[in-house]
Ligand binder design. Sequence first.
Ligand code: 6R9
Length: 652
Amino acid sequence: MSNESLANLLREERRFEPPAELAANANVTAEAYEQARADRLGFWAEQARRLSWSTEPTETLDWSNPPFAKWFQDGRLNVAYNCVDRHVEAGNGDRVAIHFEGEPGDSRTLTYAELQREVSKAANALLELGVRTGDRVAVYMPMIPETVVAMLACARIGAPHSVVFGGFSADALATRINDADARVVITADGGYRKGSASALKPAVDEALTRPGTENVRNVLVVRRTGQDVEWTEGRDVWWHDVVERQSDEHTPEAFDAEHPLFILYTSGTTGKPKGILHTSGGYLTQVAYTHHAVFDLKPETDVFWCSADVGWVTGHSYIVYGPLANGATEVLYEGTPDSPHKGRWWEIIQKYGVTIFYTAPTAIRACMKWGDDIPAEFDLSSLRLLGSVGEPINPEAWVWYREHIGAGSTPVVDTWWQTETGGIMISPLPGVTATKPGSAQVALPGIAATVLDDEAREVPDGSGGYLVLTEPWPSMLRTIWGDDQRFLDTYWSRFEGRYFAGDGAKKDDDGDIWLLGRVDDVMLVSGHNISTTEVESALVSHPSVAEAAVVGATDPQTTQAICAFVILRGSAAETEQDELVTELRNHVAKQLGPIAKPSRILPVAELPKTRSGKIMRRLLRDIAENRELGDVTTLTDSSVMELIQKQLPASG
Ligand code: 6R9
C-alpha cells in the first residue's frame, strides 16, 4: 500500500479528555498498560481470577503449537455458573439481570435468582431431550429473555450453541445446522419487528427438509407471538411444556477451560460461512475484563444496554457473557429503533435509566438523519458512557453521538474487534484516554496490535497499512469449525506468525490507530491507495449527506474510479441534484485532495447492509461495474438492491 495517501488524507484535531469524576473513579487506570507490558501473561492470569474456577488454572498459555492456542488449559469452570449462580451465592439474587422490553411495549424483569431458576430448568429440559456434553444446539430466536436463557443453558451442560440470526433465511439456517451437525434447534413461533409479528418457525421447518440436517432430533419452540405454527409430532416440543415442568435446580458441572462454548458463523464475502469456534475460560476472561475496563461497569449502580442482536458476536460478548459474568443489570430490547416511533431507543434509556449505551455507527447515522429534535424530547441524563462498534465511525457521527445523546460530556469509546477476536481489542479506556473522534486509538492492556506494510515491516507513525495482532489473546478464535487448514490460510498466512484481521489501518503521529475498512475495499486510483472510509467520512462531513458508501469501480484510465452512493438529508433530497453532486465532489477534493474526488456520486434512498449494520460494498461494486449482483442472502433487506438499481440513471 502506498502509505502517503492512506495516512495524510483526513485531519481530525478534536480531543476530549475523560471527565474528571469518571477518571477519578475509573475501574482501570493507566497503570494497567504498564502492568500488562511488563508481564502480559501474568496480567491475563490475574484477569482470569475475576472468574470462579472449580479448578484454578496453573498454566496461562500453551503456545507450543501456534496458532492453535490453549489458554488456562488445566483450569476447569462452568460458564453459566459464572454468569448466574455465583452472583446469587454472593447475595445479589435480587439484583435485576435483565430488563426486557418487547417491541409491542410488553416488559419483563428477571433478577439473577430468577435467571438461575430459568437457566436451570432449561438445562434440565435439554438433558431430558437427550442433549449431551459436546452436542451442538442451534438457536434461531428473536431478542427475548428465553434466548439468553437458552444460550446459558447450553453453556451450563457443555453443549456448544450456534446462534443463527433470526433474520436469516431457511437456506442460511440449513447450511449452518449442517456444518455444525446440530442435534436440537431452539426457536420461537416468531418475534416482533418493525411493528408486526415476524415468523421464525416456518424457516426452521423448511431448513429441516434440506439434506444434511437429518440429525436434528428436536425443535424446542418458545411461544412469543402466538401465531399459528406447523407442528411435526415427535420432533417439535413447546418450551412452555418441556421447560416449565422441570426442576428449577440444576448442579452445574465444571468443564475444561478449552471446552467449546459456541460456534458463530461469519458470512465473509466469498465461500461458505466460517464457523468461528470459541472456548470457555479464555473467552469468558477477556469478555469479562473488557466489559469491566472499556465500559467501566459498576454492577451495583449501572444499567448497561448493548443494542446489538444476539445473532451477532456483539450480542454474545456484550449482552450475554461479558455483562452477566460481571453481574450487570442490563436492558434487552426486542425490536427496531423506530418502532413505533423514531424516539423508541431514547424512551427506553429514559425508562430504565440506562447509564452505558453501546451501539453501531449505522444506527447513529440513522438517528442523525431523523433529526436532533427526536433525542432532545427525552431525558438522557442518566447516560455516562457511550460505545460504538461494527464499522469505522466517522468523526461527524462520533461528535453527534457525544453531543446529542451524551449531552456533550460523556466519553465515546470506539471499540474495534471481530467475531474472530471474541472480545474488544482496540479501544480508548474511558477514564484514561483523551479520545479522538473517529479513532479506536489504542490496543487494550494485554493486547498487542500494530500496522504492517506489504513487506511485513511495522509502519512508522503517520503511515498506513495492514492491521495485525502480534500476540495471542485469551478470547481468540481457536479454529474454524471442522477446517483447521482454512483457519491457517485465512488468518495466519499473509504475515508469518501474525494474525491478519483483513482490515486496513493507519497510525497517526501519536501512534494511535485509525481503522480504514476492509482491505478488500481499499481503492487503487492512479497509483494511490485510498480508503473507502476516508472518502465516506469526507462526504458525511457535508451537511447535505446523511450516509455514504464508496467503492472503486474498474476504470481503464485510473485503474479504479471512485464511485460514491449517498443518502441525502431531508431537504437536500428534494433539491436540484446535479448541482449538489458537483458541490459534493468539490467538497471531497477540498477535504482530502483532488486524487480522492469521486468520479461519480449517485444519490440513493437506502444502502445495502448486513444484519450487523455493515455496508456491503461488494454489491455496490457490482452495480458500479454493471455486473450481475452477487450473493445477497446476508442482507437485512434484499429489496434495497432493486430500489437502488431502479434509481440509477439509465447509463449507470
Ligand atoms: C464486533 C464486530 C468485524 C469487522 C472488522 C472491521 C469492522 C468492527 C470496528 C470496525 C472500524 C470499529 N469493525 N468494529 N471497523 N472500527 N470500531 O463487528 O464483529 O461482525 O465479525 O465484524 O467489523 O472491519 O474486521 P464482526
